[in-house]
Design a protein around this ligand. Structure first.
Ligand SMILES: [Zn+2]
Length: 293
């Protein structure tokens, strides 16, 4: 195993961070605005979010670069800023982390479908290679491929990120099918383990899509299917529209109450996705860590 991952997992579970998108919205990001561009236009607000997670006790934080691949950025007309946006995102998180936390770079899906030939495998490979290299240049110590719905795209992203030489964590969304245990394309946790491991991922994970209770059995299946560490970041429940605003029902205390089951199911990296914030991380730290120096 990679030496950084190994040293982090001496004290397991490792508490990661919470959501970025919903935190940016709280700071004024509006619908349709490019969240990643804020690394250049609103750097202090992005850094504040990173610092809020470090202060809450996250041992690993991510970067505000979820959609900062050339393909997604081109839909905002700023593909030419791909490199700067990723570098800045990495540097803002590293500055906030200092010596207190590690920074892994976030890479999300392209938003285009391979299956319908909206994008080619080569275009994806180029875009993810460019993004991962810029994140590395900005100082990240690992890459997290997250919120992936298509295993084929996830595989390409993992392979591209491996080119940096950094450890790669690969996370799919499992929220589909009658049992809510498949990806949008119908793949099972076991299939995800097989494919992502073959692509070179060193940690297998699941994030977004649904709340923490339903991620317990998914975590258990991932853990049984692989000796690799398992990374889980559930949402704060399923979003609902209340008076025109998207709200997430699960409180930090409720989230943390289920976290022990997640740990017992084999999760070694635990954090939150959409709707979670620093208070969720603080609650996780209180519930899950007993022997962190
Ligand atoms: Zn999410």
């Amino acid at each position: 195993m990679d030496t950084l991952l190994h040293s982090l997992l001496v004290h397991s579970p490792v508490i990661t961070d919470g959501a970025w998108g919903t935190q940016l919205q709280r700071k004024g990001l509006t619908a349709g605005q490019c969240p990643d561009a804020w690394n250049l236009t609103h750097p202090s607000k992005v850094e504040d979010i990173a610092r809020s997670y470090v202060d809450a006790g996250s041992r690993v934080i991510l970067t505000n670069t979820f959609g900062a691949n050339r393909i997604t950025l081109s839909s905002h007309g700023i593909a030419d800023q791909t490199h700067q946006i990723n570098c800045a995102g990495a540097m803002l998180s590293c500055k906030a982390a200092g010596e207190r936390a590690h920074v892994f770079g976030s890479i999300g899906p392209s938003g285009k479908l391979l299956m319908t030939e909206e994008v080619t495998g080569e275009e994806l490979r180029d875009a993810f290679t460019e993004q991962a290299a810029a994140l590395r240049e900005g100082g990240v110590q690992g890459i997290v491929i997250e919120t992936m719905t298509d295993l084929a795209e996830a595989r390409i992203a993992v392979e591209a990120a491996r080119g940096t030489g950094l450890p790669v964590i690969a996370c799919m969304v499992f929220d589909s099918g009658p049992n809510h245990d498949r990806t949008m394309m119908g793949n099972t946790p076991e299939e995800a383990v097989r494919e992502l491991t073959a692509a070179g991922a060193e940690v297998i994970g699941a994030n977004c899509g649904q709340g923490i209770e339903r991620y317990v059995p998914i975590c258990s299946r991932l853990h049984k299917a692989t000796p690799l560490p398992v990374w889980i970041k559930p949402n704060a429940g399923l979003p609902t529209l209340v008076e025109g605003r998207v709200t997430y029902p699960t409180t930090a205390a409720e989230f943390a109450r289920h976290a022990t089951a997640l740990k017992d199911a084999g999760a070694t990296f635990i954090g939150g996705c959409c709707g979670t914030g620093p208070e969720f991380i603080r609650a996780l730290v209180q519930t899950l860590t007993t022997d962190i120096p």
